[in-house]
Design a protein around this ligand. Structure first.
Ligand code: THU
Length: 131
């Protein structure tokens, strides 16, 4: 198992999925080689729950990391889970060139963010109101 996957698995062990039971771990790698991991953290006010991918990304950004290349996502689901829409948006904002590796048991899928988030909202759209 590579280091990124190992760190995603380690984070999955800390998942706070007391409401859904769906435990997710993620690990993201920055251009300077650092790895940041995260897990999903659920709230009794369900909508406040945070996905593992955003947890890992926000940890990385808050430590000054940038230039993200790969993120590994680990679940116990029957098939590899892709990131949700909210995570795709935040990844687009801070890691547009990232490759996503998602693992469930022995199964694994890999794709680029650009392939699974083809028409993103982004900073360019905010410029439109200033014209
Ligand atoms: N979740 C993630 O952490 N990442 C995903 O890509 C999809 C969903 C979490 C959110 C919630 O805690 C649980 O999984 C069920 O949706």
């Amino acid at each position: 198992m590579d280091e990124l996957t190992a760190k995603a698995r380690a984070a999955q062990g800390y998942a706070r999925a007391e409401y859904s039971g769906f435990r997710v771990g993620a690990a993201i790698e920055s251009s300077d080689g650092r790895i940041f991991n995260g897990c999903n953290v659920e709230s009794s006010s369900y909508g406040l729950s945070i996905c593992a991918e955003r947890c890992a990304l926000v940890k990385a950004l808050s430590e000054g990391a940038d230039g993200f290349t790969r993120i590994v996502i680990v679940t116990d689901a029957a098939k590899p889970a892709p990131p949700c829409g909210a995570c795709r948006q935040l990844l687009w904002d801070y890691a547009p060139n990232i490759n996503i590796i998602t693992i469930a048991g022995e199964r694994r899928a890999e794709f680029s963010l650009k392939d699974i988030y083809p028409h993103p909202f982004g900073r360019d759209n905010l410029q439109d109101i200033k014209d």
